[in-house]
Design a binder for this molecule. Structure first.
Ligand SMILES: *Cc1c(COP(=O)(O)O)cnc(C)c1O
Length: 477
């Protein structure tokens, strides 16, 4: 109602004002409040009470959420694959929240559907698909599930036979470094417990293409059915890229669906410097792209892109109230696993228009370069140990303070992460590589400098040294 316009303007101004003043004043990525304290603050809010008015509710949100939010734009945030956001996308998010279109049917979105389709075509063209198609999703997890569903149906159709008989014999091939959503998808898709076959890697986390050929042969020889090969273009931990072109060669030879999970590495599609790293992606049958990772988009913004538009039909379902057969309207619900669906494409659209594709690619290039330089510094630091090299923007390392043997170094990983998190001064992640824990930086902030990350590493070393000292005291005591 137009009578709400003054209130709308006032409230959005107030909301942006609150965020702006927090962003101006925060000096670290997290307040460091304890979980008990946060739980108490959350529990203290009486959700059964009568309304306090929007201004007061926003004031509370400021005190509760903004005060204790994790700030991804802070240069000392270096933990997970969640990025600081491009401002044009933030503005677009405000627009789409207010308009609230749903891109499931054309008659709920009109030009929005056409804009999303245009971006799908644009992404497909960047991949190198001549007549690709696809749909926006909630994230890489959903995109991978969707792709593997299409692969299952495609394989089933080619193989013939009863679903109940064929499904337990299907295999998905991926490396141990592939995203866990591959295993989860296999479960959801009703495949057997042992459906996901781990293809050996080259020792640095990249799929060994010759080993893939051997695995495909072995699966066939055992009377099983290779349903899909998942190549990861940017593994979540090491940030390395499977040799897509060589993998595609074997998939073609065996007539197997190739899915490329480029949730992390999709930013390479707009990188002039590093596009070659995903050469061969155009030979995939489906590709996952997470714009909310390397395109600096707010969550959520992801897509599944397919090379053959007809493949999408496997997920189409008829509902009388949604997609009447007599009209020709482009209803995206026919392509999606979701029904009501956000117009996330508006954010990417606005960002592309505001910055241009090259600039987004440069932003990704900048964090790749930052990771390379930080990797060099870690390699040269006797107190730290670099664990492998990333092709993208992660950095894996261990801290080895004086007096800490290997076992102590392993134990320090989780402790250091926790100490930093509890201080709120720097956020880093941890993972396990080749059976040993290590710390992980995921660098996605193009504005973070080498000295910003050096500061994070100093905090890591200080925390480790303090923990070692503490242990000595305990031993003495
Ligand atoms: C992050 C990630 C995913 C999952 O994406 P979400 O958007 O978090 O659901 C899948 N694959 C890879 C390689 C990832 O890094």
């Amino acid at each position: 109602m137009s009578s709400t316009v003054p209130e709308y303007t006032e409230l959005l101004g107030r909301a942006t004002g609150l965020v702006a003043s927090r962003v101006t004043s925060v000096t670290q990525p997290f307040s460091g409040a304890s979980r008990a304290e946060l739980q108490r603050l959350v529990d203290d809010v009486d959700l059964e009470a009568s309304g306090v008015g929007t201004a007061e509710a926003l004031r509370e949100v400021d005190e509760l959420f903004l005060e204790h939010a994790i700030w991804f734009h802070d240069a000392a945030y270096a933990a997970h694959l969640n990025c600081p956001v491009a401002l044009p996308a933030v503005a677009a998010e405000a627009i789409l929240a207010a308009v609230n279109p749903s891109v499931d049917t054309y008659d709920q979105s009109a030009v929005g559907t056409l804009m999303e389709r245009r971006l799908i075509d644009w992404t497909a063209a960047r991949i190198g698909f001549e007549h690709g198609d696809g749909v926006f999703t909630s994230g890489g997890t959903q995109s991978n599930l969707h792709a593997l569903l299409l692969a299952r149906e495609w394989t089933l159709a080619r193989h013939g036979g009863a679903r109940a008989e064929v499904l337990p014999r299907m295999n998905i091939l991926a490396t141990a470094s592939s995203h866990f959503s591959v295993e989860k998808s296999a479960l959801i898709l009703g495949l057997g417990d042992d459906a996901v076959v781990s293809v050996p890697d080259d020792g640095e986390g990249r799929m060994d293409a010759a080993a893939l050929a051997a695995s495909l042969g072995a699966i066939r020889a055992a009377g099983r059915i290779p349903m899909a090969v998942v190549a990861t273009a940017g593994t979540t931990d090491r940030g390395v890229i499977d040799p897509v072109a060589a993998i595609a060669e074997h998939c073609d030879a065996h007539g197997v669906w190739l899915h490329v999970d480029a949730a992390y590495g999709c930013g390479l599609l707009v990188s002039r410097r590093h596009r070659n790293l995903i050469a061969g992606v155009e030979r995939a049958r489906s590709v996952t792209v997470d714009f909310h990772k390397s395109f600096f988009q707010p969550v959520s913004s992801s897509a599944i892109i397919v090379r053959e538009p007809d493949d999408l039909r496997a997920a189409a379902w008829h509902a009388d109230y949604l997609n009447p057969l007599e009209n020709e309207e482009p209803n995206q619900v026919d392509k999606s696993l979701q029904t009501t669906r956000r117009f996330d494409a508006l954010k990417l659209w606005t960002t592309l228009r505001a910055l241009g594709a090259d600039r987004i690619g440069e932003m990704f290039d900048e964090v790749i370069e930052l990771a390379r330089v930080v990797g060099d510094e870690i390699a040269a630091d006797p107190e730290l140990e670099l664990v492998g090299r990333s092709q993208l923007s992660t950095v894996l390392f261990r801290v080895r303070p004086e007096g800490a043997d290997e076992q102590a170094q392993d134990a320090l990983v989780a402790q250091v992460r926790r100490v930093l998190f509890e201080s709120g001064r720097a956020l880093v992640a941890k993972t396990v590589i080749d059976g040993r824990p290590c710390l992980k930086l995921t660098l996605l902030n193009p504005e973070a400098s080498v000295s910003d990350i050096r500061h994070v590493l100093d905090l890591v070393k200080d925390a480790a040294a303090a923990l070692v000292d503490l242990r000595d005291v305990e031993v003495v005591a």
